[in-house]
Design a protein around this ligand. Structure first.
Ligand code: GUN
Length: 287
């Protein structure tokens, strides 16, 4: 079997085309979705991510603003900036790029963002709403993963999903979203002794550990769906995932490539959350 690729870049582009039309409809009603992206310091990888985010905003007509603050910005100053945008009605989404410098508490910053503008879905209120199945901003990478699987018409209900990795940004919430879709979910992590046996039972295997080639063919059930969330840089500078692509391709039914897999979906769902926030704040399409 040669796995069919789930091409995140194509799914993302189709979604962005639809969003562009939706944003132009909203603009006719006087609603301009606005996203403020805040970065503290000059971490090159973070800078490149945030530029990608504001560029994607432009692509679909969202008013994306990038605020670059110096490394030595105090927690108080950053809180002040967040409070300012919490009050600003033209801003529907606030994203503070992580990681933050050590002298700033990420928890304090995440909790300062209004839950109604928390388009990252990191605020405990949104995490709680997601867990209880209420309307919430869903964290972008997990949300994107669910959308990719749905775009391929892969049934989730009743499937065994195994998530490898338990980060707050990806592992934990992606399991919860699959559970909300009526899957049976198992988590594996660094202290799981029999990871191979568990992974081999997965109908859908989600890998988010951040280690190159961590998953080979002996972790994959024939015909499984394999979602590779890893982004690792090889010695030659090229990007690669957590899954050994060549081995997985031989045995899985569906496989996400790296790059052009999960990555492009993450920013797309950020745009989606910003549009939703604009609609919800104007009571459009409220449900
Ligand atoms: N750093 C790495 N990924 C993310 C993300 O999804 N959101 C934010 N705010 N920071 C990140």
């Amino acid at each position: 079997m040669v796995a069919e690729l789930i091409k995140g870049n194509e799914i993302a582009q189709a979604k962005r085309n639809e969003m562009k039309e939706e944003v132009s409809r909203l603009k006719k009603e006087g609603i301009v979705p606005g996203l403020v992206v805040i970065i503290v310091g000059e971490n090159p990888a973070s800078l490149s991510y945030v530029k990608g985010k504001t560029k994607a905003c432009k692509q679909v007509g969202i008013d994306g603003k990038l605020i670059e603050l110096p490394e030595e910005t105090s927690e108080e100053k950053l809180l002040e900036v967040i409070h300012q945008y919490n009050e600003d009605e033209s801003c529907h989404g606030i994203l503070v790029q992580l990681p933050l410098p050590d002298h700033i508490s990420e928890t304090a910053i995440i909790e300062a963002i209004s839950p109604e503008k928390d388009v990252d879905g990191f605020h405990p209120i949104n995490i709680g709403r997601m867990m209880t199945g209420q309307r919430a901003f869903l964290p972008c990478t997990p949300y994107g993963i669910i959308e990719m699987v749905k775009a391929k018409n892969i049934t989730i209900e009743g499937k065994h999903v195994v998530v490898i990795g338990r980060s707050n940004i990806v592992g934990k919430p992606v399991g919860q979203l699959f559970l909300n879709e009526h899957a049976t979910v198992t988590y594996c992590h660094s202290r799981t002794p029999n990871m191979k046996e568990i992974a081999k039972q997965a109908d859908i295997l989600v890998v988010a550990v951040g280690k190159m080639n961590f998953i080979g063919k002996d972790y994959i059930k024939p015909g499984a769906v394999v979602i590779d969330v890893g982004i690792n840089r090889k010695d030659d500078g090229k990007l690669t995932g957590d899954v050994n692509f060549e081995e997985a391709e031989e045995i899985a039914a569906y496989l996400t490539p790296v790059p052009k897999g999960v990555g492009p979906m993450t920013i797309t769902m950020l745009l989606q959350n910003t549009i939703l926030s604009a609609k919800w704040s104007h009571q459009v399409g409220v449900h």
